[in-house]
Design a protein around this ligand. Sequence first.
Ligand code: SAM
Length: 275
Amino acid sequence: MPAALYLVATPIGNLEDISLRAIRILKDEVDRIACEDTRHSRKLLVHYGINKPLVSYHEHNERDRGEELLAALLAGEKIALISDAGTPLISDPGYRLVAAAAAAGIPIIPIPGASAILTALCASGLPTDAFAFGGFLPPKQGQRRKALEAWAESPATLVFYEAPHRILEALADIETVLGERPVVLARELTKLHEEFLRGTARQVRDQLSSANTRGEMVILIGRGVAGLRDDRPLPEAVADAIRGGMDRMDAIKHVARQRGLSKREVYKASTAEGQ
Ligand code: SAM
């Protein structure tokens, strides 16, 4: 059998969430398995009686190790790429290797399975006809708000990964930038403490701050729906955005965009009331 690069999805929590095909490929087909953390992946492989050489491939050695793996593929090896959880390449390393292997004419064979994006989306209760995945939100507030601004006009359900220690700040920025939209926080998917928190960003934040903020999380943001329409008076909406940290002109721009009004109209309305 000629060389091939298999992209094999592994579970995102519950060890049973792996396909029969994935197990067969890892057990019988490949010469070795490239993974992020060999100690972490070994637990899964031992669970399924898979005994193949492991090689580490992670964000810090992606370039050098990628060249070695490509050379091995060109020499005829069959290699599986897995990540610590879910589908490799999805907010995980692998893109460079796949691009290089594809350019070199190596067959790329995806073995689909779990990913936190679709697992969260399908149970969120938010529209699934169009969705956009933005990866991890930027860690710094300014960049995070800019990123959210850039998605503000999207007609799709927005999906982001977020780290637990930033979740409260991220929800506060979602409230400031995107306003009263339906938000779902999907936490610890497929694990013992799986839960879905639903509401506006503020309501989800309130539910979270009274509990703990641990666990792996996906944030989903729906399009504005009628029941949640923002009907605060314009001066109040501008004042809230300023309280959220925007300067006055940004706040006016932001409210104008949210309401489908011109900046002039929002400026006039907010100034008329002595803002
Ligand atoms: N490749 C993975 C996938 O296909 O979903 C994602 C890897 S990314 C480095 C890790 C992030 O995915 C976590 O910080 C969290 O946002 C999300 N995630 C992974 N597993 C999850 C789970 N069981 N429940 C909720 N979110 C999860």
